[in-house]
Design a protein around this ligand. Structure first.
Ligand code: ADP
Ligand code: MG
Length: 468
């Protein structure tokens, strides 16, 4: 399966370039087609900005790993235009329509002097996660709010008396909510206080791989030793040890040695120990021996504070307005929130523009469109009334007033785009107009969008308003 190939590529890219890079740039891209004869891979980016960024920074990564996954040496990677509107069906399955929703970003981006222009924030997103502890993940850079205060407090307490207070500490919560950050913060803080402390951070899946290799190359003893001499062991995403019985056994042994020597152990996971399946009971119970704390999805205030903190760390200032917009736009997790911020900052820095609300709307409108809720006709009419002085009654009337007719066509376009209703439904709703009239309106508005960037932005605004 071709989508599997892309998933595999994302996993490799995460390892090589860091999960922030994947979240910011590659997540929005899909592998559209793989031409086995010509050896061409077609990728779809949500807009030309993301496309250009990837082309400037990550072509070698794409060539190397996609090539390997597809078993070809001279792979060609081609970006095709996003065909956003998959909801279009039936008669409007017209290619002209489907290619129309592309946001034009190429107008003012010059990608050549990328390196020079990048903000610190963007640069930091490009840094490879090499070495053991990531210095940027400290307690200072962690924003505390109701969703994470318990885990933060526990993590901090652990650094006061490693191995004595909460051992092991087990932090659980959804993806991208700060678990890895806290593990590194513990490592950094303890190291700060005690330069001689031996601290080891490892993800559970790397631990598994290391163990497998140790067996293969007859180095089990060395492997055990490496883990038994540490003062602090930070194991990230421990759930990945599930169903790996032999690894669990080896780990069980390491755990016991460290625990008895009062060495601090910290775990992170996406589930609580009780709900972890595929883990031997004796190990599972040990995971919960100390303190178990959780991290939730933050509320708006915390998200805004995090955005401001991230901006501040890169010596940029984010206005309340923009922070609020980004925070309310990205709901699921902080990694995505950060990705959105980085995209906005990168775009501003490459186009030499200030980070305004308008710019943020432009950059983010498209990328997150797919997570937005479907809306109904009434909401569209209400949303439009802020921009056009016509009522529903006007829209339904027979009047052919030029301005009104145009606004009516905009309404049709938005209804097709934002709802899953048929052309007939739309026509009926707007005064019993027929299917062909609606079709004509769609084509006309699409053309208008392409010829007229100002109108395209205005439409984006209206759309954002309707979705909000
Ligand atoms: P997890 O390990 O839970 O999947 P991470 O620790 O990798 O999540 O966090 C994802 C990103 O979000 C990181 O860049 C991290 O710095 C950031 N982040 C998460 N929580 C916070 C917070 N409370 N304050 C500042 N940054 C945060
Ligand atoms: Mg993590």
């Amino acid at each position: 399966m071709i989508s599997n190939i892309w998933e595999q590529f994302l996993t490799i890219a995460r390892e090589e370039a860091g999960s922030r890079v994947v979240e910011t740039w590659f997540k929005a891209v899909t592998l559209a087609r793989w031409d086995t004869i010509e050896k061409v891979v077609y990728l779809k980016a949500p807009n030309t900005f993301v496309q250009k960024w990837i082309q400037t920074n990550y072509m070698p990564l794409l060539h190397t790993h996609l090539g390997r996954l597809l078993h070809v040496t001279d792979l060609m990677v081609v970006f095709t235009e996003e065909q956003k509107d998959t909801k279009v069906s039936g008669a409007s399955e017209d290619p002209q329509y489907r290619a129309a929703a592309v946001v034009q970003f190429d107008d003012d981006i010059n990608m050549v002097p990328v390196e020079k222009k990048m903000t610190a924030l963007v640069k930091s997103s490009l840094v490879n996660h090499c070495g053991n502890i990531n210095r940027t993940y400290s307690f200072d850079t962690f924003v505390v709010g109701p969703s994470n205060s318990l885990s933060y407090a526990a993590a901090h307490a652990v650094t006061e008396k490693p191995g004595r207070l909460y051992n092991p500490l087990f932090i659980y919560g959804g993806s991208g909510l700060g678990k890895t950050h806290l593990l590194h913060a513990i490592g950094n803080e303890i190291k700060e206080k005690d330069k001689k402390a031996v601290i080891l951070y490892q993800t559970a899946d790397r631990f598994v791989n290391e163990f497998i290799n140790a067996i293969r190359f007859n180095k089990i003893h060395k492997f055990q030793q490496k883990y038994q001499v540490v003062d602090v062991l930070l194991i990230d995403d421990i759930q990945f040890i599930a169903n790996k019985e032999q690894t669990q056994e080896a780990f069980f042994h390491i755990f016991n040695v460290l625990y008895e020597a009062h060495k601090q152990i910290v775990f992170s996971s996406d589930v609580i120990p009780n709900n972890m399946s595929g883990i031997a009971e004796r190990l599972r119970s040990r995971l919960a021996w100390g303190l178990v704390t959780d991290i939730h999805v933050p509320r708006l205030e915390t998200k805004i504070a995090i955005l401001k903190k991230k901006a501040e760390l890169s010596n940029s200032i984010l206005s309340d307005e923009v922070a609020h917009f980004i925070a309310s736009r990205v709901t699921s997790n902080i990694r995505e929130l950060e990705g959105a911020l980085i995209r906005v900052m990168a775009f501003a820095s490459l186009t030499n523009k200030a980070v305004t609300l308008e710019l943020a709307q432009r950059v983010l409108a498209h990328a997150h469109a797919q997570v937005d809720q479907l809306v109904d006709f009434d909401r569209i009419i209400t949303g439009m009334s802020k921009y056009y002085s016509f009522t529903l009654k006007d829209f339904r009337s027979k009047s052919r007033n030029k301005e009104l007719a145009f606004a009516r066509q905009v309404a049709m376009f938005l209804m097709k785009k934002l709802t899953d209703k048929s052309l007939r439904d739309i026509g009926n709703f707007l005064g019993g107009r027929n299917h062909a009239t609606v079709m004509h309106a769609l084509h006309k508005i699409e053309k208008h969008i392409q010829d007229n960037p100002d109108f395209a932005y205005k439409l984006k605004d209206i759309e954002a308003g309707i979705r909000a």
